[in-house]
Design a protein. Structure first.
Lengths: 144, 395
């Protein structure tokens, strides 16, 4: 039994912990920002706040409306439903008062685009492989 | 329409800003063309009515309701955006599909930070009225194939559609919720087939747009779970009689709209209530009058299986809130002074770009029936049904 305990410990570290599948807001590494409020984040993903405090343009990247990561991000980070974001973007795009965000088709593309576009913001599911792939180029924003 | 002076101002102003901004642009580290976006939509509806004509010869089944739009926008720097949209709309006798400039303006933001935005839009801007007027011709953004006609009646749509002038806007993001203010002044565009006969009837004479005002205050709580709004306009016209011996007349419309919406994951409840005041003075053959109309609707929508949405709505319009039954009306049927519409419908989002809708209306009254489709009031029927199907594409 005693010999089993370290083995269990190893097994546990391999199991997906709750925070390991959580969503994270990521930005281009040169964005001078470490944390962000939820309401500001909503204004950014709602395409209403268009520049960082230093004046640089914010480039918003999102996944398709029905992508699980997009749905989880909307609900758990923004506290919004994906249909509300879509309606807000449509209202602005078809009245000329705003633009739509840049859409990417996979998490891989998301990490690549955010890492390579100055001023970019997006989100990833915080899984181990993405951390390894992108930790050099991306910065995780703390949401409060 | 633009006067020559404002046209010149617009051109000078645009050129100046463009020059300034193109000098600054390289500092931001990206090029103009990165921000160019092109979007569009195409919708086709089929309409069948039991009685009366709505958008063409609908008693026989009509395909005379088509909406096509194409827009482009570019944001060379974060504070400046140019937007333009052209629209072709065919809707029975009222709209023949000619290309129109739906909007075309520059948007310049003077203040923009995490807690507030302040800026202005110069050019032809969509009027911010109620929840839906700004994008009323885009089927994807409507709650139904036909917008609740009590408030968004299509017969004088051009009065409400857009104005040529300047609009100021301001957003305030606070811990209590977000506030969105818009205030515009300009000239409505009524150079279409339908508006003049709907406003002054078949009599000769001209309608001249005067400076008009529009405004909206929206409040959003909990990321839009609760949305409350109040919006209104003061729309002014001068009536020019054909004979110089007659005095020129004036027409004024003042709509005031209260809007409320609750959004949960599967449910949305929406209601709007409007008071519409009109004042006619010396408008040719029309006896002077002041009148206040009243409208409201209550609508519930339910989303299911991810791609479907069903809704039910009760929508009421009274042309004169002091004579809801139309008893004092001298000419035409009493039921032309009101309309009560029960609507049920279903939306299916086939893909991200394709959407289809089906809906059924049971209507008592003809208050929002287009006059151009039904020139003789006595030939209309009080109780009627309308069935419609729509397919829409957007990108």
């Amino acid at each position: 039994m005693k010999r089993l305990i370290p083995l269990l410990g190893i097994l546990l570290t391999l199991l997906p912990l709750p925070q390991a599948i959580a969503q994270e807001v990521v930005v281009h590494q040169k964005v001078h920002q470490e944390e962000i409020s939820r309401n500001t984040l909503r204004a950014i993903f709602g395409m209403r706040l268009l520049k960082w405090p230093d004046g640089r343009a914010i480039k918003v990247f999102v996944l398709q409306d029905d992508h699980t990561t997009h749905i989880t991000f909307s609900k758990s980070i923004l506290h919004m439903f994906p249909y509300q974001l879509r309606r807000a973007w449509d209202r602005q795009v078809y009245s000329g008062t705003g633009q739509s965000p840049n859409e990417v088709s996979s998490l891989k593309e998301m990490s690549e685009k955010v890492a390579s576009t100055p001023g970019a913001i997006g989100y990833l599911s915080h899984s181990i492989e993405h951390q390894f792939e992108t930790k050099l180029d991306l910065k995780v924003l703390h949401v409060w | 329409m633009f006067g020559n002076f404002s046209k010149l101002t617009l051109i000078l102003f645009t050129t100046g800003l463009l020059f300034l901004e193109s000098v600054r642009a390289p500092l931001y580290g990206f090029t103009w063309s990165d921000t160019l976006q092109i979007h569009g939509f195409a919708s086709q509806a089929f309409i069948q009515t039991s009685e009366n004509r709505f958008f063409g010869d609908s008693k026989e089944g009509s395909f005379d309701f088509t909406e096509l739009g194409l827009n482009a926008s570019i944001r060379p720097v974060p504070d400046l955006q140019f937007s333009v949209q052209v629209l072709s709309r065919r809707a029975g006798g009222g709209d023949n599909g000619d290309l129109q400039l739906d909007y075309g303006f520059l948007d310049y933001s003077l203040i923009s930070n995490a807690s507030k935005d302040f800026g202005f839009r110069l050019g032809r801007v969509k009027n911010p009225l109620g929840f839906y007027n700004d994008t009323r011709d885009v089927a994807f953004t409507r709650p139904s194939i036909l917008l609740p006609q009590s408030i968004y009646f299509d017969r004088t749509r051009n009065l409400a559609l857009s104005s040529d002038g300047i609009h100021f806007y301001s957003d305030h993001r606070t811990k209590y919720g977000n506030f969105f203010y818009e205030l515009g002044m300009g000239y409505p565009d009524v150079d279409d087939l339908q508006t003049k006969p709907e406003i002054i009837g078949p009599q000769p004479g001209g309608l001249d747009e005067r400076l008009s005002y529009v405004g909206r205050l929206l409040f959003e709580k909990n990321a839009g779970k609760i949305r409350l709004g109040v919006s209104g306009a003061i729309v002014n016209f001068k009536f020019e009689p054909v004979s110089p011996a007659q005095e020129t007349g004036t027409i004024r419309f003042i709509p005031l709209i209260f809007s409320a919406q609750y959004n949960s994951e599967f449910w949305s409840l929406t209601s709007e209530y409007a008071l519409r005041y009109s004042k006619y003075r010396q408008v040719g053959a029309i006896t002077d009058f002041n009148r206040t109309g009243e409208s409201y609707y209550l609508q519930g929508a339910y989303r299911f299986y991810e791609r479907f949405e069903a809704f039910l709505r009760y929508d009421v319009l009274y042309q004169d809130r002091n004579d809801r039954g139309g008893n004092k009306v001298a000419t035409g049927p009493k039921y032309s002074l009101f309309a009560k519409d029960w609507t049920a419908g279903l939306r299916w989002d086939i893909t991200k770009s394709w959407m289809s809708r089906i809906e059924y209306h049971y209507i008592d009254g003809t208050a929002w029936l287009p006059v151009l489709d039904n020139p003789v009031g006595s030939k209309t029927n009080r109780y009627w049904q309308l069935f419609t199907v729509l397919v829409s594409y957007r990108f």
